[in-house]
Design a protein around this ligand. Structure first.
Ligand SMILES: Cc1ncc(COP(=O)(O)O)c(C=O)c1O
Length: 375
């Protein structure tokens, strides 16, 4: 057994940005405006410029970003919301936290995202079962954006909103447009392991809708009206910490270069592994943020590969070993007609390799060799 390497290594990045990071964090400690200090507004503005959207509302985490968005969109208890089953639990959890009901839908076998086909099937199934969903949450799994243009086309005639859960894809793009600008409302997470992560929890909602943004600013601050002690609605305590905004400002400076490096890491993996496993499929129009680099193996083989790498100190991840409709907490919620065979198949075959912008090429060569040998 050799010593193990981290799955995501944040140390090299910290060394690179340390001077800027410390300067920005010291400034916050000095001015002491820890809640909604000037760094939050600056970060919201800079993130909006990066993504090409008019309004960014920082909040406490990516799960809250989903809850706040649905509250702002008017989701009521008992409403139904279509969500993919192959995602992190927060996508469906946020629906339930709003008192609404997730309707689990299958995903595309190549992109792992909702597509026009899977969404049309979900809407048909809802109609056949007298379920009238109010909206759809599309997830950009592992860093690749869903095709929102195609999804919008499917909902064309229906009065439904589409929310983009971009927790994993911020930094990516589709048809030349940045993630964050692809749906009417887009949510991101700054969990430390995300492509753009802070040093704790953080999240944001991105939208071009000024009224929605105003509502979100109220909801994140206890439903405030004209001022902090004017309470006009029931809200949340869900603000992005000033210190985290300072961290994110420092990381945003190097983010574009890191995205290029992540693409190089992904290309290197795919070049070395395409003949022994199914490597990620990225649509022509998409640029992934590579939150994960995820291979598909034949059922049974995946666990052998993971064990062989673990033996050599190389960690792997399984995202996600169970689709949500198989999880204890979500078993009672409706599933579209025909079940979710793709989500179930993917859950039995996915394996993610170490992925970050500073992965050393020689270490990566070793990982490739070990995967090949295990195959
Ligand atoms: C797809 C997806 N949605 C939502 C979230 C929730 O984000 P957070 O952990 O910041 O609450 C995550 C985080 O892992 C995620 O991957």
């Amino acid at each position: 057994m050799t010593s193990s390497i981290p799955f995501i290594d944040l140390r090299v990045q910290r060394q690179r940005i340390e001077a800027d990071l410390c300067r920005r964090m010291d400034a916050v400690l000095e001015h002491g405006q820890f809640i909604l200090g000037p760094e939050v507004a600056e970060f919201e503005r800079r993130l909006g410029e990066f993504a090409g959207v008019d309004h960014v509302v920082g909040c406490a985490n990516g799960t809250d970003a989903l809850v706040l968005s649905m509250r702002a969109l008017g989701v009521e208890p008992g409403d139904h919301v279509i969500v993919p089953a192959f995602t992190f639990c927060a996508t469906a959890e946020a629906v339930v936290l709003c008192g609404a009901v997730p309707v689990f839908t299958d995903v595309d076998e190549r992109t792992f995202n909702l597509t026009a086909t899977t969404l049309a099937a979900a809407l048909e199934s809802c109609a056949a079962n007298a379920i009238a969903p109010v909206g759809i949450i599309a997830v950009d799994l592992f860093g690749q954006a869903a095709n929102y243009d195609a999804l919008h086309e499917v909902v064309g005639g229906h009065d439904l909103w589409i929310l983009g859960d971009a927790a994993q894809s911020f930094g990516g793009s589709f048809a030349g447009r940045r993630v964050g600008s692809l749906a009417r409302v887009n949510t991101v997470s700054f969990f430390p392991a995300k492509p753009l992560g802070c040093y704790g929890d953080g999240g944001a909602v991105l939208t071009d809708d000024a009224d929605l943004a105003q509502l979100l600013r109220s909801l994140r601050f206890h439903g405030k009206g004209a001022h902090q002690y004017d309470n006009v609605r029931i809200g949340y305590n869900s603000r992005l910490d000033t210190l985290q905004a300072a961290v994110l400002l420092a990381k945003l400076e190097v983010f574009e270069e890191e995205l290029t490096a992540r693409q190089q890491v992904a290309d290197r993996y795919s070049a070395g592994l395409h003949d022994v496993a199914a490597v990620p499929f990225i649509a022509d129009a998409a640029r992934s943020a590579w939150a994960q680099y995820t291979l598909l193996f034949e059922p049974g083989r995946r666990d052998d590969v993971a064990a062989a790498l673990r033996e050599q100190g190389i960690p792997t991840g399984i995202y996600y070993a169970q689709p949500l409709h198989r999880q204890t907490a979500y078993r009672e919620y409706p599933v579209v007609a025909g079940g979710l065979p793709v989500s179930e198949d993917l859950a039995s075959r996915v394996l993610s390799l170490p992925m970050h912008a500073y992965l050393d090429p020689s270490l990566q060569d070793r990982i490739v060799e070990l995967v090949r040998a295990a195959c």
